[in-house]
Write a protein that binds this ligand. Structure first.
Ligand code: BTN
Length: 318
């Protein structure tokens, strides 16, 4: 009902009478008043003037499920949104939902996380109302070895969406760090639920620093607000990410991995660079040549031998 009342108020510039809303939405005046109070409590600036009615003067900077769903126009990504003010990690909730047969495209979205997870056992700083933190359930019909490609797909989709909404042009450090001017603005964590020869489901966790103040960022990180020097509309950005993921995922199902790998190459900050990749306490050093069809990074070592790494931490040397 909140969505319907908001739609009604948004359609009109001036005041809308309570009678008109109640009649159209088939609720009592008292019921309407209760909903309006609840919306005000959630941060909507709704002014009520006797004999004139209600007027919406402002909406809160929140990622409410019904705001994200409004005008999203996707086929299945984000059709089901589980919204929370605060969770431990959206990954854990999404994994539970995945096991309970949640539909493909369902997302778990939180305004903050108390134990946000990063790659390689790190944590992900998730301050309230500042970033975008969500996990998406996908059920691709691929072998577990192809799961890394979906991480690349997510990284490309996030870059495309940032460009579309802010005009900023981020790049990707292999495999999936999203950077702007050498600083990290986002990352992707993929968790897999699979058998040897099939993926049951996978959870793509996406974290982005959006409106974080410079002072509140950890070292080596930046936010879109810091780079753009203006407040970013998180709902708009999240919607763009979901649409891009759907478009790229449908293309992946239809045409395979080639288009996504090509796009990833275009956004890559790693290819052509001298890199050190740290994996399992060892490291490989050399020139980052390319990514393989399965998303692995090909490195030409100084010996001339080419090695492939599937996971690790990349340091760009020069
Ligand atoms: C990384 O770069 O290390 C990956 C960071 C992934 C963070 C996101 S935020 C939403 C989802 N929930 C988590 O706990 N982690 C991912």
């Amino acid at each position: 009902m909140r969505e319907k009342i908001l739609d009604f108020l948004r359609k009109k510039d001036g005041y809308v009478s309570g009678d008109q809303i109640s009649q159209r939405l088939n609720i009592t005046r008292q019921g309407l008043w209760k909903h309006i109070q609840e919306m005000k409590d959630s941060g909507y600036d709704i002014v009520a003037v006797p004999h004139l009615g209600y007027r919406l003067e402002g909406s809160p900077d929140r990622l409410f499920d019904f705001e994200v769903a409004r005008d999203l126009h996707t086929k299945f990504i984000g059709k089901k949104i589980h919204y929370f003010e605060s969770v431990s990690s959206t990954m854990d909730i999404a994994a539970e939902l995945g096991m309970k047969h949640a539909p493909e495209g369902a997302i778990v979205l939180a305004e903050s996380q108390t134990r946000g997870k990063g790659r390689l056992g790190r944590s992900w700083f998730s301050p309230k109302y500042k970033g975008i933190y969500f996990s998406l359930i996908l059920r691709p019909k691929v072998l577990p070895s192809a799961a890394a490609l979906l991480t690349l797909l997510a990284a490309v989709s996030v870059c495309e969406a940032i460009k579309e909404v802010t005009g900023l042009d981020p790049g990707i450090k292999w495999p999936n760090d999203i950077l702007l001017h050498h600083k990290k603005i986002g990352g992707i964590l993929t968790e897999l639920n699979a058998e040897t020869d099939r993926v049951n489901f996978l959870v793509l966790g996406i974290g982005l620093n959006v409106n974080n103040d410079k002072k509140a960022l950890i070292s080596g990180a930046t936010s879109l607000q810091e780079q753009k020097k203006e407040h970013i509309h998180r709902v708009e950005l999240l919607q763009a990410i979901l649409r891009r993921i759907e478009k790229n995922y449908l293309s992946f199902q239809d045409k395979g991995s080639k288009p996504i790998i090509e796009k990833w190459r275009e956004h890559s900050l790693t290819l052509g660079k001298r890199v050190k990749v740290y994996c399992h306490r060892a490291h490989i050093e050399g020139e980052a040549l390319d990514i393989d069809a399965d998303g692995g990074l090909l490195i030409r070592k100084d010996s001339g031998v080419t090695s492939k790494v599937m996971a690790g931490d990349v340091l760009h040397c020069r």
